[in-house]
Design a protein around this ligand. Structure first.
Ligand SMILES: Cc1cc2nc3c(=O)[nH]c(=O)nc-3n(C[C@H](O)[C@H](O)[C@H](O)COP(=O)(O)OP(=O)(O)OC[C@H]3O[C@@H](n4cnc5c(N)ncnc54)[C@H](O)[C@@H]3O)c2cc1C
Length: 301
């Protein structure tokens, strides 16, 4: 369970109170505020706060005094223009603050994104919960044979059961020892900051993560991508849905130009031009390496 009854009650109480404000609010985002969207077996993503909306982007781009909206179509067109031309600072005018509960090994990948502000639950000060990520059977895959940094088919039969048992048993045994070591019953009790080193990387941690929209989209571009590890991708997917409701025009432009678009090198672009003129370009005549050519074929279909 991602949330206890008390935690859910706190969220409900927070959602039951509201304040009037002169600040811009995004109706699509209001429905997400404080709500925990479950991810993996014990994790979640929830919006704690946000600043700005689609209009804040165009307002900043035009450096306008008021709402700045010329017309809805104009605003969407401007946002698409900004995205297309990598004019990124107007997107930095929007911010989002998330509360995320995630396994430590996912947090290690996530924290590589240095442009956010983070405050993590302190396992020096507090005792970690007995909560470990144990993959669902369809997410328990064999090592990929074509990609060293990836996974292949789901494990099956006796092997899948054995692996699941190891993951569960090892986690429980480590946690039992953790609890035993920090206990002060009949002993001094090991410091929590030391006892935690016994815990495996699938234990859950939590943090508040605040980032501007430009850097959020960069994070989503990398982590909602098929090449990202499944366990971080599901968090990115959940945040994508929230972002689509928060800044619909910006998200649509992001989907079009970044997620759905592709970058082509000058060599690749030259190949496209040669192909359009009717030339049967091959990897050998393309000027690209085998890897580049494979990826190029993936882009042009
Ligand atoms: C599929 C995948 C596989 C990966 N594999 C590995 C791996 O095997 N090993 C590994 O170590 N990492 C790996 N990474 C992490 C990757 O190398 C980046 O560290 C991570 O994606 C964060 O990207 P970023 O630096 O662009 O993001 P952010 O830290 O959010 O930075 C955003 C942008 O700000 C700028 N910036 C921020 N800080 C600095 C700085 N100090 N100096 C210069 N520019 C800065 C850069 O332009 C950067 O692109 C992987 C990432 C992905 C998505």
């Amino acid at each position: 369970m991602p949330l206890s009854k008390d935690q859910q009650a706190e969220i409900d109480a927070q959602r039951a109170t509201s304040q009037s404000t002169l600040r811009a609010t995004a109706p699509g985002m209001e429905k997400h505020l404080y709500t925990a969207h479950p991810v993996l077996d014990h994790g979640f993503v929830r919006v704690i706060d946000y600043m700005g909306d689609d209009n804040a982007i165009t307002q900043a781009a035009r450096v306008s005094y008021g709402k700045g909206t010329k017309s809805v179509q104009n605003d969407e067109g401007l946002i698409r223009y900004l995205m297309r031309h990598w004019h990124s600072t107007p997107f930095e005018m929007c911010e989002i603050k998330l509360h995320v509960k995630l396994p430590v090994f996912v947090a290690r990948q996530w924290i590589r994104h240095r442009t956010a502000n983070v405050n993590e639950y302190s396992a020096r000060y507090s005792i970690l919960d007995r909560e470990f990520y144990i993959p669902a059977p369809d997410a328990l895959n064999a090592q990929s044979v074509i990609n060293n940094q990836g996974r292949g088919e789901a494990l099956s039969g006796e092997e899948a059961q054995r692996v699941l048992k190891y993951l569960t048993d090892d986690a429980m045994r480590c946690y039992d020892h953790y609890e035993e070591m920090i206990s002060d019953e009949g002993q001094q009790g090991l410091a929590r900051e030391l006892a935690r080193m016994n815990l495996p990387a699938n234990i859950y941690t939590q943090w508040y993560w605040k980032v501007d929209l430009h850097n959020l989209l960069h994070f989503l571009r990398l982590r909602a991508d098929a090449h990202a590890q499944y366990e971080i991708r599901v968090y990115a997917d959940a945040i994508c849905k929230i972002t689509a409701d928060w800044v619909p025009y910006a998200y649509k432009a992001f989907e079009d130009y970044r997620m759905g678009g592709a970058n082509l090198s000058a060599t690749a672009l030259d190949c496209v031009r040669r192909m359009l003129k009717g030339e049967a370009v091959t990897q050998e005549t393309s000027g690209m390496s085998k890897g580049e050519w494979r990826e190029f074929e993936g882009v042009i279909g």
